[in-house]
Design a protein around this ligand. Structure first.
Ligand SMILES: [Zn+2]
Length: 234
């Protein structure tokens, strides 16, 4: 986690710094600041207490997103029973998903929140794009099938674990529509969407008060220079 609390009751969120003392906002245990040279500074549970609390313990990819936003009021915010990764200024919950999750969890989250957007850490080789007038059409070479049931907007992030620190201008793909070709037993998913940069989404999370309506449903059309910069093969 990016923020621990400086006090068990009504504590303020604090970032991990060497020798700082902090408490887990979920289980109140004392947290250990992890302030090394390689990973983004974060808080971790003590090894032997880990089994008591499953909050935190994210990948570098999660931490990178949260650190880019780096606003206490928007990152790791308690919403109902769950602590959301990021909440935008129009109260849209953004859930960062690195590994696959079961359909029950997806549906539970989507039912719990009025507005939710998934950002999925995806393999660039799992999808093929074709440039169109309106954006990009795509089909999955291999899809994350559990998200087929999702009715929430999905953003795909293709940054590779090998390129840390992640390129701020790397492309993200906003899926606008997808459907299964050839009925429910088919594994072929296709659809269309828009390409934007990580920077575009991070800036929008921080500043845009109409995130879901303007960024997700009506993203600015990327200009030619931006498309070149994004290195999207067509
Ligand atoms: Zn905890």
């Amino acid at each position: 986690m990016l923020y621990a609390l400086n006090n068990v009751t009504n504590g303020d969120k604090i970032e991990a710094t060497p020798k700082a003392e902090g408490f887990c906002p979920e289980c109140n245990q004392t947290m250990v600041p992890k302030c090394g040279d390689i990973k983004i500074w974060h808080w971790a549970h003590r090894q032997n207490l880990k089994h008591n609390c499953d909050y935190g313990g994210e990948t570098e990819w999660h931490l990178d997103w949260k650190k880019r936003v780096n606003k206490k009021e928007l990152v790791e915010v308690k919403k109902g029973n769950h602590r959301a990764d990021i909440v935008t200024r129009d109260d849209t919950v953004i859930e960062l998903q690195h590994s696959s999750i079961d359909t029950r969890t997806i549906l539970d989250r989507e039912e719990a929140y009025n507005k939710i957007v998934w950002i999925l850490h995806s393999d660039r080789n799992s999808i093929r794009f074709r440039l169109k007038e309106y954006g990009y059409s795509f089909y999955w070479v291999y899809a994350r099938r559990s998200f087929g049931i999702s009715s929430a907007p999905i953003i795909l992030d293709f940054v590779s674990e090998r390129e840390i620190p992640y390129n701020y201008n790397a492309p993200l793909f906003i899926i606008r529509k997808q459907h299964q070709d050839g009925g429910r037993n088919s594994s072929q998913w296709r659809g269309w969407g828009k390409m934007v940069s990580r920077k575009y989404i991070v800036d929008a999370i921080i500043n845009n008060v109409n995130f879901i309506s303007t960024v997700i449903y009506n993203p600015d059309k990327p200009k030619n220079e931006e498309l070149k910069m994004l290195h999207i093969p067509v």
